[in-house]
Design a protein around this ligand. Structure first.
Ligand SMILES: *[C@@H]1O[C@H](CO)[C@@H](O)[C@H](O)[C@H]1NC(C)=O
Length: 245
């Protein structure tokens, strides 16, 4: 589980009327154990990054002609030494602050796995794995099919704010059921010590359970009414005196 915290916005120049936006984003990216800290500074023009410093790479890398030129210039000058030091100067103390103020307030998600659509004809089945009421928003929800991570046919809503500091997310898996396979939803969140794996039980989906419950109730009701009717009839008929005519 990787946490990304955008801890600073170095510079934003916006000229909205003409649709130009030049901005710089600094990020500290770190694992849930607060190790493997990476410091990233990206320079964007509109939505495209054109030059980026990544502390793991250790130098600036350009993505456009202008970006490459700037990366060369920055990598030669004293700027490079300064930015290399930013990981320890900037990220390390801020991650500590983040940890002691935000991560200690983490709240476990409630996980639900259900069938959204059953397979019919050539249409695949769909499962939905939901996590509700968790904090902070950083979360990983993914699927395992026979122990292998599923890469395709998965769509996710992304973390959605409930508006009360809690978040929810829904991941959908489309698949063609095969007998004997095992499908699981995995949720990783900073509130969990280890990933929570929920196995899909195809034999009893919730809607099936409801149908069975309704059917069984109807059957019981029918039996009770028939029995009552039968007893009533018996009582009536034994109480009657048959007079031959
Ligand atoms: C930084 O560089 C490392 C090594 O190339 C890479 O694994 C990592 O994904 C990069 N981080 C970002 C946020 O691009």
């Amino acid at each position: 589980m990787i946490l990304t915290v955008q801890l600073l916005l170095l510079l934003t120049l916006s000229l909205r009327t003409d649709g130009y936006n030049e901005y710089t984003v600094g990020e500290c990216v770190f694992s849930a154990a607060l190790t493997d800290v990476e410091f990233i500074v990206s320079y964007y023009f509109n939505k495209d990054p054109y030059v980026r410093f990544n502390s793991t790479v250790g130098e600036y890398v350009g993505y456009t002609e202008y970006g490459v030129k700037n990366a060369e210039r920055l990598n030669k000058g004293p700027e490079l030494q300064r930015i290399i030091g930013e990981r320890d100067r900037y990220c390390t103390p801020n991650i500590q602050t983040f940890s002691s103020h935000i991560l200690v307030k983490s709240v476990e998600p409630k996980i639900r796995l259900r069938s959204e659509k059953q397979a019919s004809g050539d249409h695949p089945a769909m499962l939905m794995c939901s996590a509700y009421d968790f904090y902070p928003p950083a979360i990983d929800v993914y699927w395992l099919r026979n122990g292998q991570k599923v890469t395709g046919d998965v769509t996710s809503t992304g973390e959605m704010a409930d508006g009360d500091w809690y978040y929810q997310i829904h991941s959908h898996l489309e698949y063609t059921p095969k007998s004997g396979e095992k499908i699981s939803c995995v949720v990783e969140h900073t509130s969990f010590k280890k990933p929570i794996i929920t196995d899909w039980d195809p034999s009893l989906s919730e809607s099936d359970r409801n149908k069975i419950a309704i059917g069984a109730s109807g059957l019981v009701l029918g039996i009770v009414l028939s029995a009552a009717g039968f007893i009533y009839y018996k009582k009536k008929s034994t109480g009657r005196i048959l007079v031959p005519n």
